[in-house]
Design a protein around this ligand. Structure first.
Ligand code: AMP
Length: 420
């Protein structure tokens, strides 16, 4: 028989790691709801065209990384590589633009990219995604940035700082792309083959090329900030002012352009040490043209996607302690068939009374049952034998205090409810 393994680039999250996930999700949800975000869930797969149009043909995500397939009905579908396109589709399709604006929406869930797997980079990963739709005020940009900042700060991240840039709008971008191309044309003999292609298909992406030979060319490239139109420059200036006001540190990164085509104006990331080359723990920005690109009404928007696996890697690296999830606190040990029946009845009653309980399975000696109770880390062990049943009592051993008492069976559930 073949031994099956999980597919390359996927993870199993075992029970002992769930408390990290639970903690991060709980913090994220709490902060989102504190800031007035409401949860939205969208499908794990969407029409392939949605991503091709939204994210943009020519981007790595669309050209190389999509899990695209044709279903049995002949529909072209893709496992979502990110949330924003799906959320904006849902906003348009469900008429959320007629609700009070802006709409503030958050989501959690798996995302899929056929990426080259390594530490911190997977083919299935989990995003916490936040969007504000229907608002162009830079306050909205700062709100999503402050939210992720507070998430990282609350989880123990040190030395936080945003990487920040603006990628302008359809009015000023062509002017910048023109001077950027002119600069690159002067260095065509130096730059890598990928960048030669990017210059045609997605010219801004030359700025985040990692190839050694391209670094001097990038260093000498013009800065988008010098070519912003008045509106984009004002937006960026106000955003910086608000970030200063709220004491959220940032560094201007002229090379930051992000891998998805829909961004306008603000783009940002947060980088963290401890996860090797995959330094970004979140990425986001403004996408004022996306809704129209997807056939909806003009709707400004801004959002951020947080990768949860990378957060957990950083937390492990920093040694951040997270409280364990509570397991069963009561264990029922039994000797003999009558006692087993009574244990099962008590188990059921305890659970109905909201007491997390576990009973020994099979027929075993008391020592073996107590050993199991010890391994499971329970507080109280209820011991039921023939003597106990005859006297209508149970022996209750407190594993932490090392004490043992008898409790009337009729009172046992109430007695335990008061103590666990
Ligand atoms: P992006 O839209 O590519 O910037 O992705 C947003 C966030 O998702 C990143 O900052 C990462 O935290 C996370 N992320 C993106 N791609 C991967 C991946 N292949 N594996 C794990 N996390 C990822």
């Amino acid at each position: 028989m073949p031994r099956f393994q999980r597919p390359t680039g996927t993870l199993d999250t075992l029970p002992e790691d769930q408390h990290y996930w639970d903690h991060v999700r709980r913090r994220a949800r709490h902060l989102a709801e504190l800031a007035g975000f409401e949860r939205i869930d969208v499908p794990v797969f969407e029409a392939t065209q949605l991503f091709a149009r939204g994210i943009g043909a020519g981007t790595d995500v669309v050209d190389k990384e999509m899990y695209a397939f044709t279903d049995k009905g002949g529909h072209q579908l893709t496992l979502r590589p990110e949330f924003t396109a799906g959320v904006v589709r849902a906003y348009i399709e469900n008429g959320l633009q007629v609700r009070p604006q802006p709409q503030k929406l958050y989501s959690f869930g798996p995302t899929f990219r056929y990426d080259r797997p390594q530490a911190g980079r997977y083919r299935q990963f989990t995003q916490f995604n936040v969007e504000i739709l229907g608002e162009q005020d830079p306050v909205a940009d700062v709100e999503v940035m402050a939210l992720v900042w507070d998430l990282y700060a609350g989880l123990g991240f040190q030395d936080l700082e945003f990487q920040l840039n603006s990628t302008g709008c359809p009015r000023c971008r062509p002017g910048y792309v023109k001077v950027l191309k002119e600069h690159y044309v002067r260095h065509l003999d130096v730059i890598c083959e990928d960048c030669q292609r990017r210059l045609e298909r997605s010219p801004l992406r030359v700025l985040d090329c990692k190839a050694d030979q391209c670094q001097p060319v990038i260093a000498g490239a013009p800065h988008f900030l010098d070519y912003l139109c008045d509106e984009c420059a004002a937006h960026f200036g106000t955003l910086r002012d608000y970030l200063d006001l709220l004491d959220r540190q940032y560094t201007i990164n002229h090379r930051l352009v992000r891998g998805l085509d829909y961004y306008t104006k603000t783009v940002f990331e947060v980088w963290a040490a401890g996860i090797g080359a995959q330094a970004a723990v979140c990425g986001g920005g403004r996408y004022d043209g996306l809704a129209e690109r997807l056939g909806g009404p003009p709707t400004p928007g801004v959002g951020v996607a947080v990768g949860l696996e990378r957060i957990i890697l950083v937390m492990e690296d920093l040694g951040v302690e997270v409280p364990s999830l509570p397991g069963p606190r009561v264990f029922l040990a039994h000797l003999g068939p009558l006692a087993k029946r009574e244990a099962l009845r008590l188990l059921d009653e305890l659970r109905r009374s909201d007491v997390a309980a576990w009973m020994a399975l099979g027929e075993r000696g008391l020592r073996s049952q107590l050993r199991e109770a010890g391994k499971r880390g329970v507080r109280h062990v209820i011991i039921l034998g023939e003597d106990e049943l005859q006297n209508g009592v149970a022996t209750v051993r407190d594993m932490e205090a090392g004490e043992q008492v008898n409790v009337q069976l009729a009172e046992l559930v109430g007695w335990l409810s008061d103590r666990v």
